[in-house]
Design a protein around this ligand. Structure first.
Ligand SMILES: [Zn+2]
Length: 205
């Protein structure tokens, strides 16, 4: 797993060369945003401080893939998941495109727009999945945008096929909504854009 410091408070973890998670430093320890896949031990080894909470951008398998194993090793960790994607995992709503692996872990907290997770503000960015959220770090205007964008070569919205990473568009449920979410993230004028798939981009828009 590749470990890269991308800002004063954030470390990017890249599994298999193409799936990212992020460790965000807070006063009480770390927030892990997304979990990649089969990476619990590696994530724990990369964490210089205790992981206090795991916040998920959405419910797809490449983002929740290490959640059960991490929860086993960190029983006290708080798990935060977007409300609608949690309902899909609970079988209360129909599955949408992309992978929805069976999870043993149920979230402790359901995320809605405007919620705060430490320094991170929850931004509703539906489309890729119905509950997809992004996180704005209010300290430095870093945005963790999950799968609203990919950043291979250039910043691309996942509402359309892009040859460098076609999987993101293939797994996007509502393309119009996804494009609208991309516009709302642009309007935040992020200083640093971090995504599920691709390298960090400074001053992206
Ligand atoms: Zn993804």
């Amino acid at each position: 797993m590749r470990i890269r410091t991308v800002s004063e408070s954030t470390t990017q973890l890249t599994r298999y060369g193409f799936v990212n998670a992020y460790l965000v430093r807070e006063e009480d320890g770390l927030t892990l945003v997304d979990t990649t896949m089969n990476a619990a031990a590696r994530i724990l080894a990369a964490a210089a401080e205790p992981i206090r909470r795991i916040a998920l951008t959405h419910g797809h398998g490449d983002h929740v893939g290490s959640l059960d194993e991490l929860k086993k090793r960190l029983p006290d960790v708080e798990v935060l998941m977007p409300e609608i994607d949690a309902q899909i995992h609970a079988g209360e709503r129909k599955k949408t495109k992309g992978s929805w692996p069976k999870l043993e872990t149920t979230p402790d907290t359901l995320l809605r727009a405007g919620d705060r997770v430490g320094s991170l503000e929850v931004i509703a960015t539906p489309g890729h999945t119905p509950g997809h959220v992004s996180f704005l770090d209010t300290r430095d205007r870093t945005v963790i945008a999950g799968d609203v964008f990919t950043t291979y070569g250039r910043v691309e919205v996942t509402d359309h096929f892009y040859w460098r990473f076609p999987f993101a568009a293939m797994a996007t449920e509502d393309k119009a909504q996804d494009a609208e979410s991309a516009r709302s993230l642009r309007a935040l004028e992020p200083r640093l854009l971090l995504v599920g798939h691709g390298p960090p981009v400074r001053d992206p828009f």
